[in-house]
Design a protein around this ligand. Structure first.
Ligand SMILES: [Zn+2]
Length: 357
């Protein structure tokens, strides 16, 4: 049986490189030879045991690769083609997909609807921190990479860019809006870039790390606020002449940032939440205007599917944004345990790592 290297979850605290069989290709699948992938903050949650996955599962949900083998029913692609697939690989046929929320793919049951069902790589099926990955429902999910774009240029498309931009899109930013983005990690940085591209005339990036605030400026923040030095709520209200922002994007997943995002909204403003929360949220009565502030609170999970990926790559090909700058470190797949060590502890100013099998 032909074997491959793969980064597998063993137990909380341990993701190790192991040998696994190269998967068989079903009729609707495509087998990719992974050429570049990366590590997501979610993978670190998995490593720490904060998000449970099955023992022995291959981790990773951000693949760039080459089609090695196509399933017998897959049309419109050729072997040897360079492609990406989204972190979210929807089926296309479920009720959630048909309602336009493919990330929430998955059948409902008598117990109700299960969220996040479109997220399969490194969650419910083997992921892409490996030499090969099997892409399910290939015709819904494979997006060819334009010739002129390097692997690293499109490495943010499957997850970080799709998610960050969704934060701006779900906020329905209009030309001339003022937008605050809380936390400038990889997703917050993409939300900052998305807000700028959406036509915001004032984009405020909030973080505590100097290198992230610096990168926020490169990604389109007009003003950066160091939350370690000033109170971001009063500073943002000052910057907007007391009006508040039209949209606040939360990209960390904490009570403090969620609450601050709510407190800086103008009347009728939108809180667009991207963070992954690990405890119940409390909504303070005053910040929520007792439920009478005409606020909108929206959440987004990374949109997937090949049309989404095509559009994101078109943005990069057109030179509207350069997210390749976010790749700060490079590792071979053989050294992925070291990559987790660096990325998991946010050492050495790391934003994103490129991992090449
Ligand atoms: Zn992710």
């Amino acid at each position: 049986m032909p074997m491959m290297k793969a980064a597998v979850f063993v137990e909380p605290g341990r993701i190790v490189l192991d040998d696994k069989p190269i998967p068989d290709v079903g009729p609707q699948d495509a087998l990719l030879r992974v050429t570049t992938t990366t590590i997501c903050g979610t993978d670190v949650h998995i490593l720490k045991g904060e998000y449970p996955v099955a023992r022995g599962l291959t981790i990773g949900h951000e693949p760039v690769g080459v089609i090695e083998k196509l399933g017998s029913a897959v049309k419109g692609y050729r072997e040897g083609q360079r492609v990406i697939a989204g972190a979210i690989t929807p089926s296309g046929w479920s009720n959630a997909c048909q309602c336009g929320f493919c990330a929430q793919d998955g059948a409902g049951s008598a117990h109700g609807w299960k969220p996040m069902g479109g997220w399969r790589f490194g969650n419910t099926i083997d992921g892409c921190q490996a030499e090969y990955v099997l892409v399910p429902d290939a015709m819904f999910n494979l997006a060819p990479v334009p010739d002129g774009l390097s692997d690293e240029a499109v490495l943010m498309c499957p997850d970080i860019m799709s998610t960050g931009f969704a934060g701006a899109e779900s906020a329905h930013i209009r030309i001339g809006d003022a937008v605050a983005v809380f936390a400038q990690g990889p997703i917050g940085l993409c939300a900052t870039a998305g807000a700028k591209l959406s036509g915001a005339s004032l984009v405020i990036g909030v973080d505590r790390l100097p290198e992230r605030l610096e990168m926020a400026r490169r990604m389109g923040a007009d003003v950066v606020v160091d939350a370690g030095k000033v109170d971001p709520v009063s500073e943002i209200l000052r910057l907007t002449g007391g009006r508040g922002v039209d949209a606040a994007i939360e990209a960390l997943g904490t009570q403090a940032t969620f609450e601050a995002a709510l407190r800086v909204l103008r009347p009728g403003g939108t809180l667009s939440s991207l963070g992954v929360y690990s405890t119940d949220l409390r909504i303070p009565l005053d910040a929520f205007a007792a439920g009478l502030g005409d606020h909108r609170i929206v959440t987004s999970l990374c949109p997937g599917g090949k049309e989404r990926m095509r559009r994101l790559m078109a943005v990069i090909e057109a030179g509207r944004v350069d997210l390749g700058a976010m790749v700060t470190h490079r590792f071979r797949l053989d050294d992925i345990e070291a990559a987790y060590e660096l990325f998991g502890h946010q050492r050495d100013g790391v934003l994103k790592v490129a991992v090449t099998p």
